[in-house]
Design a protein around this ligand. Structure first.
Ligand code: GDP
Ligand code: MG
Length: 371
């Protein structure tokens, strides 16, 4: 599974793709520009041009091209949806996250007290599972997306029933649209005297969010974060929406996923909360995360328990990285510590080259300005 596109290899070696095709032909290998060639073939042809192929960069290519579609479909299992709560300030995002967190049904451990690790997983009354990112706010959502991390599967849009659609409501709708993420509307504060859910439905219809009751396909749920009314229904509706999305992942492979939060801890060093998207992350796994490498020295779940492994859609705090990654950075588990180090070094190098190029561009510009 270690492979690289012929065109990419040629580019990295600074030779023409045609030259490489010709050389391969001379070696008895028929290839086209868009074809992927394996590590062994690449090493041989590279040697012909006096290049040595590092296995690390190959693994990076292979790992970064985690394309579930290419996988054995029978290995795919349904996984919990990952949900972000968005909405206008004071409409009840934090209150909703709190009441949902408190409703967390525990499987015996730790008394159900969730640790703040940036995300948590709940079991619904009907036994379904949902993962919530508990960093509400549009900034986090866009920051992740700008790094190419598609972490959220469903957005819960909170609108206060006594207030209506406000500027940040519209902003949230636009973020969800841009990301192609479906919206489930939580009409909150239903306990309040001035609650007018019909008005919310009307106003949202103007933004292309047409309620099912009105012939559209958007799920609306009336809730109160204060009384707890409608919360169970909201969770079940999120699962219904998730069913439509057919979210599936292969747990039986090396893990990949994204950083949700990170920080430097005085005692433990770099600490990151990651969300596993594919595969199963295991204690001791060598990993590359952003520009950093390391291996999992400890994994802590959202109840504060140490765990040995974490499957798809599971958030865990990990310890063992050599440096602090950024939110939205991708992580991948690799075969060995050596590979992890090589890939990280390779990325650092690329990063430095990029910065140097930027600096020299700036210098050039300054030169011109001074002429
Ligand atoms: P956020 O800015 O969207 O995170 O909103 P908060 O969760 O901080 O809520 C803003 C205010 O609305 C707080 O004073 C909450 O106690 C209150 N609030 C949130 N949900 C409800 C609700 O369902 N009913 C009532 N009556 N008040 C609520
Ligand atoms: Mg808040």
């Amino acid at each position: 599974d270690e492979a690289i596109e012929l065109a990419e290899l040629a580019k990295r070696m600074g030779i023409k793709a045609n030259e490489m095709i010709a050389k391969l032909m001379g070696m008895g290998v028929m290839a086209t520009v868009n074809q992927t060639i394996d590590y062994d073939t690449a090493s041989l042809v590279a040697a012909e041009f006096d290049f040595e192929v590092e296995k690390a960069s190959f693994e990076e290519e292979a790992l970064l091209n985690v394309v579930p579609e290419e996988e054995d479909k029978s290995a795919l299992e349904t996984c919990p949806p990952v949900v972000t709560i968005m909405g206008h300030v004071d409409h009840g995002k934090t209150s909703l996250l709190d009441v949902i967190r408190k409703s967390k049904i525990t499987s015996g451990e730790a008394g159900g007290i969730t640790q703040h690790i940036g995300a948590y997983n709940v079991e619904t009354a009907n036994g379904g599972r949902i993962t919530f990112l508990d960093t509400p706010g549009h900034a986090a959502f866009t920051a992740m997306r700008s790094r190419g991390a598609q972490v959220t599967d469903i957005v819960i849009l909170v609108v206060a029933a006594d207030d209506g659609v406000m500027p940040q409501t519209v902003e949230a709708i636009n973020h969800a649209k841009a990301a192609g993420v479906p919206v489930v509307v939580a009409v909150n504060k239903m306990d309040k005297a001035g609650a007018d859910p019909d008005r919310i439905m009307r106003e949202l219809a103007e933004h292309d969010l047409l309620a099912e009751d009105w012939g559209g396909n958007v799920i609306f749920v009336k809730v109160s974060a204060k009384s707890g009314e409608g919360i169970d229904e909201l969770l079940e509706m999120v699962l219904l929406q998730a069913e439509v999305l057919e979210l599936r992942a292969n747990a039986d492979r090396k893990a990949m996923g994204y950083v949700v939060e990170s920080r430097l801890d005085i005692g433990r060093g770099a600490v990151a909360t990651v969300l596993v998207k594919q595969g199963t992350l295991k204690d001791g796994d060598p990993i590359v995360c952003g520009l950093h490498s390391g291996h999992i020295r400890a994994m802590i779940d959202d109840s504060g328990n140490r765990v040995e492994s974490a499957g798809p859609s599971t958030p865990v705090e990990i310890v063992g990285l050599a440096g602090v990654p950024d939110a939205g950075d991708e992580f991948v588990a690799v075969a060995s510590d050596k590979d992890a180090k090589q890939i990280a070094a390779h990325r650092m190098q690329k990063q430095r080259a990029k910065e140097l190029a930027k600096k020299s561009r700036a210098n050039l510009q300054k030169m011109f300005e001074n002429l």
